[in-house]
Design a protein around this ligand. Structure first.
Ligand SMILES: [Fe+2]
Length: 234
């Protein structure tokens, strides 16, 4: 059996279609991983949020590129990604490599928006106040598409059941995001983007439900048929 690392290195980087196919295949090879379904829902939410904050012209590009934000998780052992236990510091450090490893693959892609997708993958866990990972950028220095993806990513993680936590309702997820926003010394999320989520939360919830159904039915070309993920770590 090939290791996850060799699987990631073998991905042809000439087009997004090859990369999305590998994400979709992960749902078949590792039932319950949920990477494709998570990617699909986040991608849908990114398009919505980009439009709400006035970037309609870029919404489709941001959405398509955001689908690959967790590409690097294909190189993380599934035993860690799907662990029901609290991760050790070493395991968390391995998970955190996914932003850089995915970005490196995307940056070498010949796809027209490879650089955009690489920016999203690299910076979607960097918080607005500069904490999170990787370090080095703060506030508007973080690419806009990555700041949008960060909001969509955490919302989806909260709405989804994990082996270590239950799924949450729309209202509960929003309340938690408001708490998270105030938890650090500065803002965790771009305030404008978080407000866009709150202001349109009913549409967001409907969109999230619809995206989940699309993934289940296989009507999205990026998503395989099967059950939605329930155990992916954010
Ligand atoms: Fe991630």
């Amino acid at each position: 059996m090939r290791s996850p690392e060799s699987n990631l290195q073998s991905i042809p980087t000439d087009a997004f279609s090859n990369l999305s196919r590998r994400i979709a295949e992960s749902e078949q090879s590792t039932p319950g991983l949920g990477l494709a379904f998570h990617s699909h829902r986040v991608s849908a939410l990114v398009a919505h949020l980009a439009s709400v904050i006035g970037h309609e012209a870029s919404a489709a590009r941001f959405s398509r590129a955001a689908y690959f934000h967790d590409l690097g998780k294909l190189a993380v052992p599934t035993g860690i990604l799907m662990s029901p236990d609290v991760l050790t510091s070493d395991e968390r450090a391995i998970v955190e490599t996914h932003s850089e490893s995915g970005a490196d693959i995307l940056a070498s892609s010949s796809a027209p928006d490879g650089a955009l997708a690489a920016d999203i993958a690299r910076w979607h866990h960097t918080r607005f106040d500069g904490s999170g990972y990787p370090k080095g950028r703060v506030g508007s220095e973080i690419p806009l598409a990555a700041r949008i993806t960060a909001v969509a990513d955490v919302y989806d993680a909260l709405r989804s059941r994990r082996s270590y936590k239950p799924e949450e309702t729309n209202d509960s997820a929003l309340a938690r995001m408001r708490t998270i926003q105030r938890a650090g010394s500065g803002f965790v999320f771009d305030p404008q983007i978080l407000e866009a989520l709150f202001d349109t939360n009913r549409n967001v919830s409907l969109l999230w439900d619809a995206a989940a159904l699309c993934a289940i039915s296989g009507s999205d070309t990026n998503s395989p048929r099967g059950r939605p993920h329930r155990r992916l770590r954010p």
